[in-house]
Design a protein around this ligand. Structure first.
Ligand SMILES: C[S@@+](CC[C@H](N)C(=O)[O-])C[C@H]1O[C@@H](n2cnc3c(N)ncnc32)[C@H](O)[C@@H]1O
Length: 250
């Protein structure tokens, strides 16, 4: 299975079904910043929008929002979710983040959350003074779990993806570039919910944005049971997440 097949099969990024309790240890919040910098006149582009879940729930009401994704199934879901939401001034359509076909000097804000992006292409479509907001899964995310399995997303990467993104943003000529670590404790109420979550994300797969490798792997039940035994607190299974955020200005 390649990476795109994985997204086509998934069809959405609705995480509410896993009932995760998240406790943030840091205070960088993409949606909070987005809502602070946007005005009613803003034009916002959301790259790798998935099923539009985040746009429809957390993005502000404004002049125009375009959400794009490489996966046909994700865009189908996004359009279904849009209809149900009744929200206005939002469009979802197909686009490869690495072959962007949007107008130049057009958007006030571009968001790339947990998806691949090319800062030099983003730079071109932003207006002068426009803002770029990136959120990503960093090296060492769920590291103790990956150590037990001896594998996982970014497990063998030489350079953290956060640093690669940060350097790409700087090299694309952005100003006021800031890279911020984001640490979150996630708790799962049951082994069933934890397993369903792990099966639906590439955390334990051979997945590297650095090398472009994606290979779906089976989850060994004995190892997972050991992890659960060692990481259960008040009946809840803990997973330590490590993300990063980047803010930048054209
Ligand atoms: C982990 S999901 C994130 C979805 C959403 N941004 C969120 O934060 O919930 C990654 C999304 O990026 C999309 N994607 C991956 N590579 C892409 C590319 N080259 N161009 C556009 N979208 C891509 C996938 O189809 C998937 O929907």
């Amino acid at each position: 299975m390649n990476e795109l097949d994985f997204y086509e099969e998934r069809k959405d990024w609705n995480f509410s079904k896993f009932e995760i309790e998240a406790e943030s240890l840091t205070n960088w919040d993409l949606f909070k910043i987005l809502n602070e910098v946007a005005t009613k006149d803003s034009r916002i582009l959301d790259l790798g929008t998935g099923g539009g879940e985040k746009v429809l729930k957390y993005f502000p009401e404004c002049a125009e929002i375009l959400g794009t994704d490489l996966s046909v199934e994700m865009i189908k879901t996004a359009n279904q979710n849009l209809k149900i939401s009744g929200r206005k001034n939002i469009e979802f359509r197909l686009m490869d983040n690495l072959k962007m076909d949007v107008p130049l000097d057009y958007f006030d804000i571009v968001v790339a959350r947990n998806t691949v992006s090319d800062p030099s292409q983003i730079y071109k479509c932003l207006k002068k003074g426009g803002i770029l907001l990136i959120h990503g899964v960093d090296m060492f995310d769920c590291h103790s779990l990956k150590l037990m399995f001896g594998r996982g997303q970014a497990f063998n990467d030489k350079k953290p993806i956060s640093i690669i993104d940060y350097e790409n943003v700087l090299n694309a000529n952005f100003k006021d570039v800031e890279l911020v670590p984001i640490y979150v404790r996630e708790f799962f109420k049951s082994k069933y919910l934890f397993m369903e979550f792990l099966k639906s994300v590439p955390i334990l797969d051979d997945f590297s944005e650095e090398t472009g490798i994606f290979f779906k792997r089976e989850i060994d039940k004995k190892i997972i049971d050991k992890y659960i035994e060692e990481n259960t607190y008040d009946g809840k299974i803990k997973l330590l997440r490590r993300y990063y955020g980047i803010t930048a200005k054209k």
